[in-house]
Ligand binder design. Structure first.
Ligand SMILES: O=C(O)CCC(=O)C(=O)O
Length: 390
């Protein structure tokens, strides 16, 4: 049973019936009052440590990307694949040239709450310089070039059917660990021929007709996102085979409290989550748990369950959620109202690793679906239904 995204239904996709959340506390509320400001700024608090990542992978992201990825710019520099509605351009040269220098800052560990383990890069994609830096350019590029969907689905709870319209734009690329695309790499650059086949990762058998791959046709991560995937793998030591993208057009778009704890991700999934564009609050709260036998919850645990932590994610930030975080915590991007309702757009990119086939079907079902393809209209500055030129 697919659970992912039904969270929008359970918690009120349109906002109706959503319980009014308690006022979130800033993440720095978890620190000693005395050291709060300094700890927040320079990580001196014992609970929030700068982590020096000293892994030395055999190949750097830049090497793995190869020369073609870092010197694009010709008009034929696109990722093409039969299951893409249209070819997806490679990164513009300036961005591709900068990619090897990311992350732009060291990750900071946040693990001062029960069962929470985050690594926070502020920022990962540089946002300095005029106009928001590379983070803004990457945002503009991805919004303009990716196919998006506004997925709708019905859920049935206790005999009552509810129609859900996902309160944000979504898209997804990738394939679970059991299989691979038949093209030489996963960047959709196979150049035709039999590139639309899906092969068993171990035996090489053609599994394109498997029931989990036929409702929606899986498609490789295009090069413009694969560079970021490789960079995130190198920076975190984690492996990712899926890329989910959310576009929040304004403060009215949101994602309700949920955890990415599906069985197809395994027991302690690591998820790298990038923010580009408008700043939005990311709320975290501990899942409800029963008190210890014969005892009471500690104050820290009571707080973690009742008062959400707030990370005001800015353009270029990346937050790695790992260890027990998904099993124990819920996260959300709440709607913003009042003067924030017309916030600029925000893109969120998450890289994840689906271990088994049901994950592939689930991700395409809730992030692509069966509705029309939308593409950003640069003139009218809104998503418009995309139609193939006849
Ligand atoms: O937009 C975000 O930062 C969060 C996205 C998210 O929670 C999800 O896609 O599961």
């Amino acid at each position: 049973m697919s659970r992912k995204r039904t969270i929008d239904a359970f918690f009120g996709a349109a906002g109706a019936g959503t319980p009014k959340p308690k006022k979130p506390r800033d993440i720095s509320d978890g620190l000693h009052e005395t050291s709060r400001d300094r700890a927040h700024l320079d990580g001196l608090d014992t609970n929030i440590n700068h982590e020096v990542l000293d892994k030395a992978p055999a190949k750097s992201a830049a090497e793995e990307l190869g020369a073609s990825q870092i010197t694009p710019g010709k008009s034929n520099d696109f990722s093409s694949y039969p299951a893409y509605p249209f070819p997806i351009p490679h990164l513009p040269p300036a961005l591709a040239a900068e990619l090897p220098s990311w992350p732009a800052s060291l990750g900071r560990v946040i693990n001062d709450q029960p069962d929470l383990d985050l690594l926070y890069f502020e920022p990962y994609v540089a946002r300095g310089g005029g106009g928001g830096g590379s983070a803004r350019s990457l945002f503009e590029f991805l919004r303009a070039e990716l196919p998006f969907y506004r997925v709708e689905y019905d859920i049935n709870r206790g005999g009552t059917s509810t129609h859900i319209r996902t309160p944000r734009w979504t898209t997804v690329f990738g394939l679970d660990d059991t299989s691979r695309f038949s093209s030489a790499n996963s960047s959709g650059d196979g150049g035709g021929g039999d590139t639309s086949k899906i092969l068993d990762a171990k035996t090489g058998r053609d599994v394109s007709a498997d029931k989990f791959y036929t409702r929606y046709k899986p498609r490789p991560i295009p090069k413009c996102l694969d560079g970021l995937r490789l960079s995130a793998q190198e920076a975190t030591g984690c492996e990712f085979n899926f890329c989910l993208v959310n576009y929040y057009a304004s403060g009215a778009d949101s994602i309700s409290f949920h955890s990415d704890d599906e069985r197809f991700l395994g027991p302690l999934p690591a998820i790298a989550s990038f923010s580009l564009g408008a700043r939005r609050d990311f709320l975290l709260k501990h899942k409800p748990v029963p008190p210890p036998p014969g005892g009471e919850h500690t104050d820290t645990m009571k707080n973690a369950m009742s008062k959400p932590l707030k990370l005001p994610l800015a353009s270029g930030d990346m937050i790695l959620m790992r260890g027990p975080t998904q099993a124990s915590w819920l996260h959300s991007i709440p709607k913003r109202t009042g003067k924030n309702a017309t916030d600029g757009g925000r893109i969120n990119i998450t890289f994840r690793r689906a271990l088994v086939k049901p994950g592939t079907d689930n991700y395409y079902n809730y992030n692509v679906g069966t509705g029309p393809v939308y593409k950003w209209d640069t003139v009218n500055r809104e998503m418009r239904v995309w139609k193939k030129d006849l």
